[in-house]
Design a protein around this ligand. Structure first.
Ligand code: FES
Ligand code: FES
Length: 214
């Protein structure tokens, strides 16, 4: 039987020996000295996309997986469009593409070659607000404001939808002279969530703009 005296290893010897073993394990590939080195990951594919953003022609070279939302925010610094859920559930990322509102987090930027994109920055300017922006201010249609750019883009497109006679779940046939009701607006704006609960003031603002233009 071994006694403690049989193990005549110094603390330094243990540490040096252990380090050498680790180094050897690190240097020798698992498959032996002739094994091929691990492949370096390929860089992601990129593609060029050209579109019009707020009246300006833009061209970007993007990772093909880039969402339109990230292209706007990270590559064009148009941070007015917000990222809430990044999963198509909140509407904070709503922009208008060729006249239709979409969730920009749910679409790839490279799918919008040649499209005309309008973000909150393109609707109005601080000294020349879009009527919908002015109405949101007048009716207190926001609190923290995070959802507001998406709400406003959505609201602008909603009024165009109604005037174009696009039916909703509330109104199957809008007829020649569409009536814009609060239930109609609530249904059409239901994809835009407001955690602050400014819903009634948002509907007041949209109703105001709709009335002013009717
Ligand atoms: Fe796009 Fe929420 S961030 S729907
Ligand atoms: Fe805060 Fe809508 S104003 S989330």
């Amino acid at each position: 039987m071994q006694t403690p005296g049989d193990f005549d290893l110094s603390r330094r010897g243990v540490l040096v020996g252990g380090a050498a073993s680790v180094a050897a394990a690190t240097i020798v590939p698992a498959g032996g000295a002739d094994a091929a080195p691990a492949a370096t990951p390929a860089s992601p594919p990129t593609a060029k996309v050209r579109f019009d953003v707020n009246g300006t022609a833009r061209e970007l070279e993007l990772d093909t997986r880039t969402s339109l939302l990230d292209a706007l925010r990270e590559h064009l610094q148009l941070t007015g469009t917000k990222k809430g859920c990044d999963h198509g559930q909140c509407g904070a990322c709503t922009v208008i593409v060729d006249g239709r509102r979409i969730n920009s987090c749910l679409t790839l930027a490279v799918m919008h070659e040649g499209d005309r994109i309008t973000t909150i920055e393109g609707l109005g300017l601080p000294d020349k607000l879009h009527p919908m922006q002015a109405a949101f201010i007048e009716h207190d249609g926001y609190q923290c404001g995070y959802c507001t750019p998406g709400q406003i883009c959505s609201a602008v497109a909603v009024l165009d939808e109604i005037r174009a006679g696009v039916p909703s779940h509330v109104t199957a046939d809008l007829g020649a002279a569409p009536q814009i009701s609060a239930p109609e607006l609530r249904e059409r704006m239901s994809g835009n969530i407001c955690r602050c609960g400014a819903y009634s003031n948002i509907i007041d603002a949209i109703t105001d703009v709709a009335g002013a233009k009717a």
